[in-house]
Design a protein around this ligand. Structure first.
Ligand code: ZN
Length: 419
């Protein structure tokens, strides 16, 4: 085995983006082998649908009340044949091989692996999967304000998700209850938002928003006066037009970014490709739409997630130019591993190396994070090996870059000064 591969395989990864359910929820779910590999929002489902599988067929395949693994596999086999080589499919194959010694996924190999699957269930199984993935620190977006308590696995850390605030759909009643601030106008809404950030500043690692799923990333500064009437309308429960929702969201995002700066919390923003099928407006998701925000808040630290795929080239320029822009390869390796590798190679020769974060599996189940982590290690090796073969990097430099991208950059970025 080459020195480079050996080094990459041994790095304990500082994982900056997952949606992992808690160990207790995992134990309660008690996934069977098909759920472990294909279930719980697994991205491979989106490729299967894209390939022509119906939602009802997918549901029947994933129904773990049906113990007939062979019958369930027969439903999906024709579509799996089309998807097995995509990044999502490759990650499933990595998990199947690492956890169940499966070299070829079919009904026979899945049925034969049932005995091996038993060791990955329950809280002990969750802990074992985290060890297999070799993650030193894991950041999770649980889509909540209040981080869950997960003492069984000390490496788990949480984001504070503000999507509904930034897209203008937030429930004022829920926010008032959570912050104990009565929201009656724009001034008290500001206080509630500031309180939300202050309240959780010590128990979360970052602010997170994926509003690119529900509105455009384009942002502009909004005055209190311009949004006062919209705020009153939302308070009265009158539905907002999309224009007014964006106005309220842009105003609130500015308050949040300010509060995040004070709390030394970075702001993670989903940029680029949407999970799912049938809903992605390409004109909403490009990182370039964030430029007014980047210019308005030079002291903030913005993380553009998922390399803004398929607009990753914009981020080479934005991250090179703006000191407050960082980029995360989370999920990107499985969306498009070839482009992600090429992006890393171009980044090395274009942008300071400390501003790129190398991995987040973006998964809900730890059985799937194992596959994504192995996929990342394989492609990182292939990517840096290509630089060595081209004569642009020596092996020790390639190893240092791997360590920076998989651990050191993130650790330095997310460790707050007073800690
Ligand atoms: Zn995610």
């Amino acid at each position: 085995m080459s020195l480079l591969k050996q080094a990459i395989d041994q790095i304990a990864i500082y994982d900056t983006h997952e949606h992992l359910i808690t160990p207790a929820a995992y134990a309660a779910l008690n996934p069977d082998i098909i759920t472990a590999l294909f279930g719980m929002h697994a991205y491979i489902q989106h490729d299967l649908i894209s390939a022509g599988c119906s939602y009802s067929t997918l549901d029947a395949f994933l129904d773990q009340h049906n113990h007939d693994i062979a019958a369930r596999w027969a439903l999906i086999a024709p579509f799996w044949a089309h998807c097995q080589y995509t990044g999502y499919g490759e990650a499933v194959r990595f998990s199947a091989h690492a956890l169940y010694e499966i070299n070829h996924l079919d009904a026979t190999s899945l049925e034969a692996a049932a005995a091996l699957h038993a060791q990955y269930t329950g809280i002990a199984g969750y802990q074992k999967l985290m060890t297999l993935a070799n993650l030193s620190h894991v950041q999770i977006d649980a889509f909540t304000w209040q981080p869950p308590v997960t003492t069984e696995v000390p490496a788990l850390h949480y984001d504070l998700n503000v999507q509904t605030i930034v897209d203008g759909s937030v429930s004022f009643a829920a926010l008032a209850l959570h912050t104990e601030i009565a929201i009656t106008n724009i001034a008290s809404y500001r206080t509630a938002l500031q309180t939300l950030i202050q309240k959780h500043a010590r128990d979360v690692v970052a602010i997170k928003t994926q509003h690119a799923y529900t509105r455009t990333l384009a942002w502009s500064a909004v005055s209190d006066e311009a949004v006062e009437a919209v705020c009153a309308q939302h308070l009265a429960g009158v539905p907002l037009s999309s224009h007014h929702a964006i106005l309220l969201g842009d105003w609130a995002f500015a308050v949040i970014v300010d509060a995040a700066c004070t709390a030394q919390l970075p702001i993670k923003i989903h940029t680029g490709h949407h999970a799912g099928n049938g809903n992605m407006p390409l004109e909403w998701i490009s990182p370039r739409l964030l430029i007014p925000l980047l210019r308005a808040f030079p002291a903030a630290r913005f993380v553009c997630m998922h390399i803004g795929y398929p607009f990753q080239d914009e981020l080479l320029s934005l991250a090179k130019h703006y000191a407050n822009v960082y980029v995360d390869l989370c999920w990107a390796w499985s969306i498009d591993p070839v482009t992600s590798g090429a992006f890393v190679r171009r980044w090395i020769h274009t942008v300071p190396i400390n501003k790129l974060f190398g991995f987040g599996g973006d998964a809900f189940l730890p059985t799937q994070t194992v596959g994504f982590s192995l996929q990342l290690r394989a492609w990182m090796n292939r990517t840096l090996r290509a630089e060595v073969d081209a004569g642009t990097l020596k092996i020790p430099a390639a190893i240092r870059i791997a360590q920076a991208l998989l651990s050191e950059n993130q650790r330095l970025f997310y460790t707050r000064s007073q800690e």
